[in-house]
Design a protein around this ligand. Structure first.
Ligand SMILES: [Ca+2]
Length: 541
């Protein structure tokens, strides 16, 4: 590894890519046919001019011509058509290749643990549709959420920035302003705002969680269409209420659909795909399920199915597995709709979760320490897959350290849009295309601000540099240092033993905190100098 660069030690995978193979093949075939056509036309003219032929007819389209009397006009035309047909087929095949701007579908799940899908190797869960994305696309073995909780990761995804740089270091709870730890910066450019001018129709189906009032509602921040839930979580998957309020919306309109939230979001996503298949033009679909966030409420039939299959499974785990398997079925319907509408061939699908799973709910975060809300790996590591037929080699995988916010830069690149120059995200589009991975030399920074007695409104943070990780998991606890190469389970704190590394990472972390401090993270005061506490927007319901 070159000095001064920081990236995973594991081997980089170079993927042979069909998108580079096919054009070469196509050009070769075309050139070959062009050459033979020239020869054929030359022969054709020779016949028409009545010039003598060699005894066996010479070169030509695989037939021997003896004299012009053998070739009637119809036969000549027929031969010409036969000769040109393969060339037409090659051009037609070219047309089927994804040449138009690709659609982008981002499927974000909520609190799904790094180990909670069967393609990971977890034996007590069946997620065939999520597995399909891994099998047909690229597996990201080192995909990290930008934060260990919801809002900051979502802000990072939509802005390409570390979340505190756009005012969202913690969870936004505008309906309870005393407990709200972020305010999406009104000046931040969101992904749909950038894709719209490039001709993309932009849609959010599902959970927003970046504000419940103007100006921070989805349709005010670049989404042409919003069909989903504005709030931080649902108290019930069936009533969809939060603190008694209804945050379900169709654009700005309050709606009150019936059914399990997972089924509702699935149906709305499928409706949207059918509509886009008819309308034409590229689109961005950000499909943000609220499952498997608690309350863990799977439909009864899904829970019964899991109980029958896994009779020894603890009830807590069974409920979570059922909720995830039901979510997986919903994702399967969306993938089927992409197939049915023919959209799949030109659609990049990215799948991930906004933070790690909740161990108290029975989540599986793989072998890593900790869970949602914590700066240990179990809170930050999430599943990650990308599928793009004809571009990503099926079954490909990568060890590149990827963050949620990188989806922003990637979507911009594949849409042909210039990302803002001052973002933190790095596109992984070249990797999807099978080009060599660039060596990463960036530090990775994670932040969560929170209230209550455990946090007191302060932040917890982590900074990753190469294999080193500095973290503070409680604002009232000392900083910890781990060498993840030798200690991936974060068991041995080296803060006291390796002061040079500790000091360097503390300086880097402090700098990141300073950068984040340039952006307010509370709703601006209505009058300069007057504090803005308790100014939540009126909640219509
Ligand atoms: Ca979450």
């Amino acid at each position: 590894m070159p000095a001064g660069t920081f990236h995973d030690q594991q081997a980089t995978e170079i993927v042979v890519n069909r998108s580079t193979f096919f054009p070469c093949f196509s050009v070769a075939i075309k050139s070959w046919f062009l050459l033979l056509n020239i020869m054929f036309v030359s022969r054709f003219q020779t016949l028409r001019l009545g010039r003598p032929l060699p005894p066996q007819g010479g070169v030509g389209p695989f037939i021997a011509l003896r004299s012009h009397r053998d070739i009637g006009l119809k036969r000549r035309i027929g031969l010409l058509a036969l000769w040109l047909a393969p060339l037409a087929l090659v051009y037609a095949a070219d047309e089927r290749r994804p040449t138009a701007k690709p659609n982008v579908v981002v499927i974000l799940t909520d609190d799904q643990g790094r180990g909670d899908y069967s393609a990971f190797g977890t034996k007590d869960i069946r997620t065939p549709h999520i597995d399909r994305l891994f099998r047909e696309g690229m597996t990201f073995r080192n995909f990290f959420a930008n934060s260990c909780v919801c809002s900051p990761s979502r802000a990072a995804l939509l802005t390409g920035c570390y979340p505190d740089r756009v005012g969202v270091p913690g969870v936004i709870r505008e309906e309870t302003p005393d407990d709200s730890w972020g305010y999406l910066c009104p000046g931040a450019l969101l992904l749909p705002q950038l894709l719209q001018p490039a001709g993309y129709h932009t849609t959010l189906i599902g959970k927003w969680h970046l504000g419940i009032g103007s100006p921070n509602t989805p349709t005010e921040r670049g989404f042409d269409f919003f069909h989903g839930f504005l709030g931080d979580m649902m108290d019930d998957y069936w009533t969809h209420r939060r603190h008694g309020h209804n945050f379900m919306r169709r654009n700005q309109e309050i709606v009150d659909p019936e059914g399990h939230a997972t089924d509702i979001f699935t149906d709305w996503a499928c409706d949207y795909l059918r509509e886009r298949a008819t309308a034409g033009g590229p689109f961005l679909l950000y499909l943000a399920y609220n499952a498997p966030h608690d309350p863990v409420q799977p439909p009864t039939e899904w829970l019964e199915k899991v109980k029958r299959r896994e009779p020894g499974m603890p009830g807590k785990r069974a409920r979570l597995v059922a909720l995830i398997e039901h979510l997986d079925a919903g994702i399967g319907k969306v993938l089927d709709e992409l197939d049915r509408t023919g959209l799949a061939t030109n659609t990049l699908v990215i799948f991930t979760s906004d933070n790690g799973g909740v161990l108290a709910n029975g989540a599986n975060n793989g072998p890593w320490r900790g869970d949602k809300g914590h700066m240990y790996e179990g809170g930050l590591r999430v599943p990650g897959a990308a599928r793009w037929p004809g571009v990503i080699q099926p079954g490909a995988s990568t060890d590149r350290r990827t963050l949620t916010m990188d989806i922003f830069a990637t979507a911009c690149e594949v849409a042909g849009v210039h990302a803002p120059p001052n973002i933190d995200a790095v596109s992984f589009a070249p990797m999807l295309r099978g080009e060599a991975e660039s060596h990463e030399n960036r530090d990775c920074y994670f932040v969560r601000r929170e209230g209550g007695t455990a946090y007191g409104g302060k932040t917890i943070d982590a900074l990753r540099r190469g294999d080193w990780k500095l973290l503070q998991d409680s604002p009232f606890a000392p900083l910890e240092l781990y060498d993840l190469k030798s200690d991936p389970g974060e068991a041995t704190d080296l803060a006291a033993k390796n002061r040079p590394v500790f000091n360097a990472l503390v300086a880097a972390l402090s700098r990141q905190i300073q950068i984040g401090g340039a952006t307010p993270w509370q709703r601006p005061a209505p009058i300069s100098g007057i504090p803005a506490m308790n100014t939540a927007p009126v909640i219509p319901h």
